[in-house]
Design a protein around this ligand. Structure first.
Ligand code: ZN
Length: 208
């Protein structure tokens, strides 16, 4: 299962948008023990998330918890809103056989830009949309500027699966799910699956 996200509003680095007319308030940091996987249609999945800045120990604990939950659910990427945290953060490891290596990546307050105009369609799943797979068109290669786990800025150019994963996760922190990235036909085809997910969510939240 692939849980994969575009933030095009910045001009400079990930946090260097000093002239924004209405800066987002900074993200709050929850208790890492409270994080759990959130499923469609949880409203947290539809929110544009807030910037975090360099993470302190509490935020780092949340990020570590995100990796745990990602591996537990066999994902290759996970965004903070997917665990109920409104923050511009996501993690990825597109080489899940190597869970503790350099393959683990943390993106905080990312700015993602396409490198070239080449686009590809591939099937994606999402940990917040269990059982649903959709053909999604994405840019083949991207450049990302973000802060890492240690709060240090970095820049990464990548393509293929990691680029797709980054675009999917970056969508999450803008409140966008893959269901918004596909054709009307595909959306019609999954209507009953979405209804089922909604009824499960209603039950879980004690709304029925
Ligand atoms: Zn996802």
């Amino acid at each position: 299962m692939i849980s994969f996200n575009l933030d095009l509003d910045g001009q400079g680095g990930p946090l260097t948008t000093p002239n924004r007319s209405s800066p987002d308030p900074a993200a709050e940091v929850p208790d890492a023990g409270d994080l759990r996987l959130r499923y469609y249609p949880d409203p947290v999945l539809a929110q544009r998330c807030r910037p975090l800045g360099a993470p302190g120990p509490a935020a780092q604990a949340c990020i570590q918890r995100m990796f745990e939950l990602m591996y537990e659910h066999q994902g290759i990427g996970l965004a903070a809103p997917q665990v109920g945290w409104n923050a511009r953060v996501f993690v990825a490891n597109v080489d899940p056989d190597e869970p503790t290596t350099d393959a683990e990546r943390v993106f905080i307050d990312p700015q993602v830009d396409p490198i070239a105009d080449l686009r590809e369609v591939a099937e994606e799943g999402c940990l917040s949309l269990p059982g649903i797979r959709l053909d999604v068109e994405r840019t083949r290669s991207v450049r990302v500027r973000a802060l890492g786990f240690d709060g240090e800025p970095f820049e990464l150019e990548t393509d293929d699966l990691l680029a797709r994963c980054i675009q999917h996760e970056n969508d999450h922190i803008d409140g966008i799910l893959i269901t918004a990235r596909v054709s009307t036909l595909q959306r019609i085809a999954i209507r009953s699956d979405l209804r089922e997910l909604k009824s499960q969510w209603d039950k879980q939240e004690g709304r029925t």
